[in-house]
Structure formats: structure tokens, C-alpha cells
Design a protein around this ligand. Structure first.
Ligand code: SAM
Length: 312
């Protein structure tokens, strides 16, 4: 197989056309009733919540069919706020996956550090009415749900990770900065940060194995897979996004991502990796604060009227 295979099709039928041996599945699905991807067979928009869960269950069943025995599937999903009340999509996904025979193994919380998310309306209302019973939250976490097909655990074929990486990964809360403003050409795709599929691919595959993303969007998973020396399969309903994926991976070199930081026993390198990560987080927070400050300066009068003097 070529290193990346792109299918412009409906993930609810993927076992009909995905004939590759799949060693790991990772995705972020379309959210319920949020984005209109303008495709006839899109999942999410214009569906009732029950229809949405049924559609997702169809995809889970297809994923189960194509995944190798003993291997894993990771789903990145958050809760949904709606007029009907909060939807704890995770719970419904776990139930649906179990019904198609997956075993639910673990949940990881993706924590988006303070200052790196957009401020949500509900939370703003609370800051304007800071009284008991008006409480609301600025949701800055999502979940990563891990499922396994069957019970078998293979003997390890790869070299061990180093201590820093292992200890970091051993915690169930991951601090990762979200992508708030995708590049113009990726508008509306809602990409997840590369760090999510990267960590999961490192943790759940060996070199040269194949990763499937059944809701590939702009192809974040595929790009990262190539860089890590893995083959990948993309399924995406939108032709436009399939073209985006082609464009994104065109110049990406197979096995080009420097992974010495997760394997090297050299403590200096490990310290550098952690320091770089901290520096990057600090820079991102600073950038976000600057953006907010600019917004504040521009809308000072309006904000002052609302008594939200955040920077004074
Ligand atoms: C949240 S986005 C995925 C973003 C992706 N993780 C990235 O980083 O770019 C969900 C994607 O699912 C696609 N989609 C919606 N319904 C689908 C279906 N029935 N089959 C395949 N893809 C579908 C949408 O077009 C959208 O690109």
C-alpha cells in the first residue's frame, strides 16, 4: 500500500472499501448539531441526538470490523451544551462502542490550560452575574476514550520509551494547547492539535503499522502518522477536505519526526524537551493574552459598560 490512502466516502460503510490491515484508529468525530459540513451524508448537523448516536454507532461497528484483534481505538470527544440540557456524549459513546463489542479501557482528560481557550457565553453570563445559582463554567477539557478489540496483548516489538515520557504519559490528564484559530484554508474543519494523534500513535502503534482516521477532516492524523513512520488511511465525506489532506501531506517526509526525546536515556535531552515544552506553552499563553488585550482595547467602552474590567 502507498503510505497514505484517502477515501472520499461515508465512514458508516468503511469496511466495504477499507481493505488495509488497520492497527490503530484515532479520530475526533463531527459534533452533534454544531458544524454544517455541507455534505448530504454528513453526521452531526440536522440530526436528532438519537440519530447522531446511532450514526456514530454504525461507524464504531465498522471500525471494529477493520481493526486488528487486540488493537485499540481512541476517540477525542467533549460534552455538548444544548437547550435540552448537557449531553454527556462520552457516556453514550462508551455504551454504543460496548454494544458493538469494544472493551472500554480508559479515559484521558485533555486539559486546555487556562488562557488558551475561547471564553464561552455561559461563563461570561456567570461573570456578569457572580451570584449563587448563576454558576456556569468555561469548559476547558475534553475526553480521549480508549477502546480495545478483544483481550489479547501482544509481546512488545519496539524499544522502550524513556523515563520522562513514560512518567508524563502515565498521568490521565494531558495538558495540550488547543487550536483556536485554524489557518484560513482549514476553516470550519475543527482540527485537533497534532500533539493528540502524535502521543496516541506513539503509544499504540509500532513503526510501519497502519493508522485509520474515519473522520479525517484536514488530515492532522495522516500528517502526524507519516512523520512518525506509520502508514495511514483517511476516510472523509467532504471532497474539499480530501483535497486539503492531499495538500497537507504532499511534502511531508516519512519518518521525519525527531523522536530521540521520547527514547533517549540522555537526561540532558530529556530536560531540554520538557523545558522547550514549557517555553512553548508560556509563549502561546502570552500570544493569547496579547490577542485578548488587543480585543479589549478595541472594545474598551463596550466592555466597561458591562463592568468587565479584565486588564485594569
Ligand atoms: C471534527 S472534524 C475532524 C477534524 C480532524 N480531526 C482534523 O484534525 O482536521 C469531523 C470531520 O468529519 C467529517 N464527516 C462528517 N460526516 C462524515 C461521514 N458520514 N463520513 C466521513 N466523514 C464525515 C466532516 O466532514 C469533518 O471533516
Amino acid at each position: 500500500m502507498t503510505k497514505t490512502k484517502i477515501y472520499n466516502d461515508d465512514s458508516r460503510q468503511l469496511s466495504k472499501f477499507v481493505k488495509e490491515k488497520i492497527d490503530f484508529i484515532v479520530f475526533s468525530p463531527p459534533y452533534w448539531n454544531l458544524r454544517d459540513y455541507k455534505e448530504k451524508n454528513q453526521i452531526g448537523k440536522f440530526q436528532s441526538y438519537e440519530e447522531y448516536i446511532d450514526s456514530m454507532k454504525d461507524t464504531f461497528a465498522e471500525c471494529y470490523k477493520v481493526l486488528s484483534e487486540g488493537r485499540f481505538m481512541a476517540i477525542n470527544i467533549g460534552t455538548v451544551v444544548s437547550n435540552e440540557g448537557m449531553k454527556f456524549v462520552c457516556g453514550d459513546f462508551v455504551k454504543a462502542c460496548e454494544e458493538v463489542n469494544f472493551i472500554f479501557r480508559k479515559d484521558i482528560i485533555w486539559h486546555k490550560p487556562k488562557g488558551t481557550t475561547k471564553w464561552q457565553r455561559g461563563a461570561t453570563q456567570f461573570t456578569q452575574n457572580p451570584y449563587p445559582l448563576f454558576y456556569n463554567t468555561n469548559i476547558n477539557h475534553e475526553f480521549i476514550l480508549i477502546f480495545q478489540k478483544g483481550n489479547t496483548n501482544e509481546k512488545n516489538k519496539s524499544k522502550p520509551f524513556n523515563k520522562v515520557f513514560t512518567r508524563n504519559m502515565a498521568y490521565s490528564v494531558w495538558d495540550i494547547i488547543p487550536i483556536n484559530s485554524p489557518k484560513l484554508d482549514e476553516k470550519h474543519v475543527a482540527p485537533f492539535p497534532e500533539e493528540i494523534p502524535r502521543r496516541l500513535i506513539q503509544l499504540y502503534t509500532n513503526k510501519n503499522e497502519t493508522v485509520l482516521d474515519p473522520f479525517a477532516g484536514s488530515g492532522t492524523t495522516n500528517k502526524v502518522a507519516i512523520e512518525l513512520g506509520r502508514k495511514s488511511v483517511a476516510v472523509e465525506i467532504s471532497k474539499k477536505y480530501c483535497n486539503l489532506i492531499k495538500k497537507k501531506i504532499k511534502n511531508i517526509k516519512f519518518n521525519s519526526y525527531d523522536q530521540t526525546d521520547i527514547y533517549s536515556k540522555n537526561i540532558e535531552l530529556e530536560i531540554k524537551r520538557v523545558t522547550d515544552q514549557i517555553k512553548k506553552s508560556q509563549q502561546d499563553v502570552k500570544k493569547n493574552q496579547l490577542k485578548l488585550k488587543k480585543f479589549y482595547e478595541k472594545n474598551k467602552k463596550k466592555i466597561k459598560k458591562k463592568q468587565l474590567n479584565l486588564f485594569d
